[in-house]
Design a protein around this ligand. Sequence first.
Ligand SMILES: Cc1cc2nc3c(=O)[nH]c(=O)nc-3n(C[C@H](O)[C@H](O)[C@H](O)COP(=O)(O)OP(=O)(O)OC[C@H]3O[C@@H](n4cnc5c(N)ncnc54)[C@H](O)[C@@H]3O)c2cc1C
Length: 286
Amino acid sequence: MIPYEFDYYRPDTIQEAVDLSKHLKTSGQKAIYYGGGTEFITMARLNNIYVDAIIDIKNIPECNVYEIDGDELIVGSAITLTHIAEMRLFPLLSMAAHRVADHTVRGKITLGGNLAGSIIYKETSLPLLVANSDILIGKIAQIKRIPFNEYWSKSPEEKKGDLIIQLIIDKRYLALPHAHVKRTKNEKIGYPLVSIAALKDGENINIAFSGICDVPFRSKDIEKALNDSTVSKDERIHNMLENIPFEILDDLGGAMEYRKFMLSKVVEDMVEAFEGGDGHAQNIWH
Ligand SMILES: Cc1cc2nc3c(=O)[nH]c(=O)nc-3n(C[C@H](O)[C@H](O)[C@H](O)COP(=O)(O)OP(=O)(O)OC[C@H]3O[C@@H](n4cnc5c(N)ncnc54)[C@H](O)[C@@H]3O)c2cc1C
């Protein structure tokens, strides 16, 4: 049971949701958007979060879209990870979604919740980063479409209060050769020690990481190092490790040296799989 009372709103339009959020904020109330509720309910039960109101976005039509529209795939933020995993419109995103949490929880977690929640792994961000996606967000008095990579590099403070409406992926990326790898401490299900998603776009590998640092990331310097065909594979992996942009996690989940070792092995095997055979590494690596 949640040990306090709060108001529940379920707006039917983006405008209503954004206006409501603004109104609650200016009247001094703490309100958050609500997707699948898995994180909010767990934290509220433990008294780890207090809100005056929640704004459930599941009635907003734009947040429930999951379709190809012209040259783009549109994924609404209220779509559950189970739905994304089962309808393989973007196989790399489906693979990443399929490895988040367990079957029961996955049926509730939404794409927007995975991207905006406080749990650091946000594994569905990885395919969106490597596919140069766009994100549609609702801010006070405006709806903005911006590159997801740009949005992702903003601080939590800058993103605070944004309503994630949709993720938009150019169709060109949907069927590129791809790989997804997740390694956990013990079981198939669990938080990642290392989670990577990669696309082979022409001669280049686009790659993004979760589990290594306390934020999921894609890095130009890492891709430059990995795609440098003038040096040996060992050197490329070494240079990749030298270019990790944040501190590597070192905790009970996994020591820093172990995470680095696992990362280098996984990336080395992935590069080999991409560069040999038909370039479709996904069957080997999921
Ligand atoms: C048992 C369990 C296992 C998990 N395992 C993994 C894992 O392996 N890998 C991984 O990456 N994550 C994992 N997670 C994290 C999970 O993906 C996040 O907690 C996610 O926030 C839950 O999504 P939700 O839709 O239930 O979010 P909610 O509980 O509804 O919301 C969580 C937060 O996101 C915000 N939010 C939700 N939707 C939007 C939106 N459209 N726009 C703006 N803000 C929004 C809410 O305001 C709230 O702050 C796990 C979580 C649980 C409970």
